[in-house]
Design a protein around this ligand. Structure first.
Ligand code: IVH
Length: 691
């Protein structure tokens, strides 16, 4: 990016971030996700790192979030309340450490890692052990006096707890040599003067849920997220309303001359003083341990009683922490290692059009790499023309991208305010980008299709589909090989692969005598398939694995399937109008009929067991519990399934038989209770053998 481009981008980013900050902090109604806003802030921060001469005093990075609200007395913090720089990956964490290690060269770096609760930072000031003032962060320098509200939070002690002499001894013993023992003893004994404890107030998931229920019954709007909930609650002017909100609190910073030398010790001391702290926080010897902690918390975050959006990593040594200093509003010696966001921002560089197995043209956005949910995303399907129109997406746009769990990435929103004017509108091509044939978009349909069934892209996609794991399962026939087979004219349609000889394959790139033979053997070994796989392999629109299995069960033979009618199809569970039409269109297409016949000359289709009602155990439900001596539980289940039975994991009134082995547990009791027929192993074997 050139200097001028950076300047323009920075200006737009700042404006946009400020607008969202206003929504978030003043209106309490952020219109995009926090993760998306974080991504914009992160881009701004990174860009300012590269073009540091372009940092302006009014940049959002130079200002601390929030502003003291009118209606509350202002409190000036004796030590500013800072915030943290975010990192999103191990690489960024490494880069952070590299930066601080350079500045603090020669020192040993170990860390105290904490859970980053999603709430609101508070400062609690105790004088001679009594809570005298509590405030919010505000702009970091000046916050709001919310003492009255804080006094209703049960987790916040109104008076600091006096540790016992034994506890003080134990603390000193544990940290012998690394604390100023005399100071620690006086501090903990007297609790005199001013002691400030900072921490996070937050609402548990359970609490927010019941509060929202309550608000709903009162016809009030629910609180959108935990941060808004904590912030909104603490700012209630009526303390009884705050009390009803049941906020929690964990301490994380001690500001006092307490004789400690590490962050870890300060945490221990906070706990001794009666302020709760997160029990999951942990000392980490190096960044690998920090990374492990990060991963562990991420894996269990669903089960935690509160929301957290990452971990906070502190250089443990206080002296070093101070020496590393502050840049802007963030201390160098700490950072927030966020959990991978499921939303982020990126720029659409190009829109490519791919052609699928059915000939459908799918526009795909090519994105600047963005890290989402732990993976790097560079492409997002745009599905069809209408979707692009709905998003009002142009090439060059900045967009919000989402990747939730294992779902494929999608663009959920365009940020038009970040446009430069150079963005280009996308038009669906009039010709297939692969074969150049005309495309059509049928009345009432969203998809555009290539009209040429011989289109290379379609042939390739069909072939790859055909050999896939859940279809003919032919290993060693990947994209590169399939591409060559079609290009060289060796294969036009899937059935052609069965006549390939080792000699044919030798002409392909990367094939030698042995590998050619191997692939041919592999292909020949897969001439036999079950009907469900056969139907799935045909590549009929809308017919996936599940439907193929339903169809196979319903028809039993290829012939019955091929000769089906719409009425027959609609009678099958899970087959609707659209699917039935797609199946019939395929079966009635002359060219497809030819393909199916040619395929049937090459392969043998074995029928799947028809789940009919005339098998001996049809209609019965079986439960197995305990250990059987002559066969495994899986084998036992297979035996009854083969006879038409269904197997279930739990006993209910519908259960027909419970087979009880050694050390059977509660399922046998339940069966007795419900009067379900119980069989021991011998009785069971006798029964299935008779059948
Ligand atoms: S330490 C220098 N520790 O995250 C900043 N902050 O992004 C000192 N937060 O404003 C903060 N849990 O509201 C720290 N264990 C924790 C935290 C934590 C949540 C919040 C806090 C802070 C923000 C920084």
């Amino acid at each position: 990016m050139t200097h001028a481009e950076a300047k323009e981008r920075l200006g737009k980013l700042r404006q946009e971030i400020d607008r969202y900050r206003y929504e978030q902090h003043v209106l309490d109604a952020l219109s995009i996700s926090e993760a998306a806003l974080d991504a914009l802030k992160h881009e701004l921060f990174q860009l300012e790192q590269t073009f540091s001469d372009l940092i302006t005093p009014d940049s959002p990075t130079q200002r601390v979030a929030g502003k003291a609200l009118e209606g509350f007395r202002k409190v000036t913090h004796t030590v500013p309340m800072l915030s943290l720089e975010d990192v999103f990956s191990r690489e960024e964490a490494d880069a952070w450490l590299l930066r601080v290690a350079k500045l603090g060269s020669g020192s040993v770096f170990d860390f105290f890692a904490e859970i980053k609760m999603d709430g609101l930072a508070l400062s609690l000031v105790y004088r001679d052990g009594q809570l005298v003032e509590g405030s919010t962060r505000g702009d970091g320098r000046v916050g709001e006096d919310v003492t009255m509200s804080i006094r209703t939070i049960e987790a916040v002690p109104l008076a600091l707890r006096q540790p016992s002499a034994r506890e003080i001894d134990a603390f000193c013993k544990r940290h012998y040599g690394s604390i100023n023992e005399r100071r620690v003893r006086t501090f903990l004994r007297d609790l005199s003067g001013e002691i400030e404890i900072r921490g996070e107030t937050f609402m548990t998931k359970e609490q927010l849920r019941s509060l929202n229920q309550l608000l709903e019954t009162r016809g009030q709007p629910p609180l959108a997220n935990p941060r808004n909930a904590a912030a909104g609650s603490i700012r209630q002017l009526d303390p009884s309303v705050v009390a009803e909100r049941r906020l929690s609190f964990f301490g994380y910073t001690l500001i006092a001359d307490a004789g400690t030398t590490t962050h870890e010790q300060a945490h221990e001391m906070i706990a001794l003083l009666g302020v709760p702290q997160n029990p999951l926080n942990r000392f980490c010897r190096d960044l690998n341990e920090v990374e492990r902690f990060h991963r562990e918390v991420m894996e269990c975050r669903e089960d935690l009683a509160y929301w957290c959006d990452g971990i906070v990593v502190n250089v443990n040594n206080d002296e070093l922490f101070r020496r590393l200093g502050v840049v802007g509003k963030t201390p160098r010696a700490a950072m927030a290692w966020k959990f991978p966001a499921e939303q982020g921002t990126s720029i659409v560089r190009e829109i490519q059009v791919s052609v699928g197995r059915t000939g459908a043209l799918t526009p795909v956005a090519v994105l600047d790499p963005v890290s989402l949910a732990g993976t790097t995303v560079t492409h997002a399907s745009l599905h069809n023309e209408d979707e692009i129109e709905r998003l009002d997406l142009r090439i060059g746009d900045t967009v919000i991208v989402e990747k939730a769990g294992d779902v494929i990435p999608k663009i959920i929103q365009v940020l038009p305010k970040l446009r430069t004017g150079k963005e280009k509108t996308f038009h669906m091509p009039k010709e297939c980008p692969i074969c150049g044939s005309a495309v059509t978009r049928r009345e009432g349909e969203v998809a555009t299709f290539c009209t040429n069934r011989e289109c290379f892209a379609q042939e390739l996609a069909r072939l790859l589909h055909f050999v896939g794991r859940r279809m003919f399962d032919i290993r060693g026939l990947g994209d590169k090989i399939a591409e060559q087979m079609i290009q060289r004219g060796l294969v036009h349609e899937p059935s052609d692969i069965f006549s390939l000889t080792p000699g044919d394959l030798l002409t392909l790139e990367g094939f030698a005598e042995l590998s050619s033979k191997k692939l041919v053997t592999e292909i020949q070994a897969h001439r036999e398939v079950t009907l469900d796989r056969f139907i799935h392999a045909l590549g009929i629109r809308h017919v996936g694995e599940e439907t193929a299995a339903d169809l196979a069960r319903a028809f039993g033979t290829v012939q019955d399937f091929i000769e089906t009618s719409k009425d027959d199809l609609l009678r099958i569970d899970g087959v609707g109008e659209v699917m039935a039409d797609a199946i019939l269109e395929f079966l009635h297409d002359r060219r497809e009929q030819g393909r199916v016949q040619r395929l049937l000359q090459q392969v043998k289709v074995v029928s799947v067991i028809k789940r009919s009602t005339d098998l001996p155990l049809s209609g019965t439900i079986w439960v197995f519990t305990g250990t059987l001596s002559s066969l495994s539980r899986e084998e036992a289940k297979e035996r009854v399934r083969a006879l038409g039975a269904d197997v279930s994991e739990s006993v209910s009134k519908k259960t027909s038989y419970v087979v009880v082995g050694e050390e059977a547990g509660s399922k046998a009791d339940k069966a007795r209770e419900l009067g379900v027929k119980i069989l021991d192993e011998d009785e069971f074997l006798k029964m299935v053998e008779e059948e």
